[in-house]
Design a protein around this ligand. Structure first.
Ligand code: HEC
Length: 181
């Protein structure tokens, strides 16, 4: 009796998780999130934060999950009439003993992902300081999680892994860490 009710509870929890993950009201990866992320990409291209004409910044050695060599740009942007702080981290890796010099000389060749935090309007995600999170591939397409959800929006609000969970654990009053050397 006791075991059976535990199992039913567990089953309900699993079903709940699946329906949240696939529903349009999931905290990230919705059409609204991906449209917004695509517009944000265009803004970043215009500001030379990504793409072939990217501004060069000093790369530094980083840690997982953000890649062996990283570049960080902290700036601001305006999208749909809203202006906010914009943090762009370009993550390089993909091969053994990649050096800072190599990334500096060729900032595109070993780029594996671009992770972005954009401060949205107040009330967007009050518990998490209103950040919009996105992870792009070098082409500008959004990366996906193993469930096929595109990584844009409140990623992954309520989950114990992902952008929000890890940045919360890493401390920093505003979920920012900015430990770039
Ligand atoms: C497992 C932990 C972890 C996960 C998951 C994670 N981050 Fe980070 N992130 C960090 C740490 C630690 C730093 C600072 C140190 C570093 O750069 O490695 C950081 C730095 C950043 C920065 C540079 C600005 C800053 O605060 O220093 C951005 C932008 C960023 N992360 C975005 C993201 C996005 C978007 C995701 C999800 C797609 C994500 N992060 C997932 C740990 C994580």
């Amino acid at each position: 009796m006791y075991n059976k009710s535990i199992m039913m509870l567990a089953a309900a929890a699993v079903i709940g998780a699946v329906s949240v993950a696939s529903a349009q009201d999931a905290p990230f990866g919705n059409a609204e999130d991906t449209d917004y992320a695509n517009k944000l990409w265009d803004v970043m291209v215009e500001q030379n934060l990504v793409g072939e004409n990217s501004i060069k910044v000093r790369p530094f050695e980083g840690n997982e999950p953000h890649g062996a060599i990283q570049e960080v740009l902290a700036t601001a942007a305006t999208l749909d009439g809203h202006s906010g702080r914009l943090l762009v981290k370009r993550n390089h890796g993909g091969k053994e003993d990649l050096s800072v010099e190599e990334v500096y000389d060729d900032p595109i060749g070993n780029l594996v992902a671009i992770t972005v935090m954009f401060k949205r309007e107040s009330g967007y995600d009050t518990e998490n300081q209103d950040w919009f999170w996105a992870k792009y591939l070098p082409s500008g397409e959004l990366d996906k999680n193993p469930k096929g959800m595109q990584l844009a929006g409140r990623v992954a609000k309520g989950a114990d892994e992902g952008c929000i969970a890890c940045h919360t654990a890493a401390g920093g009053e505003d979920l920012e860490t900015l430990t770039s050397k």
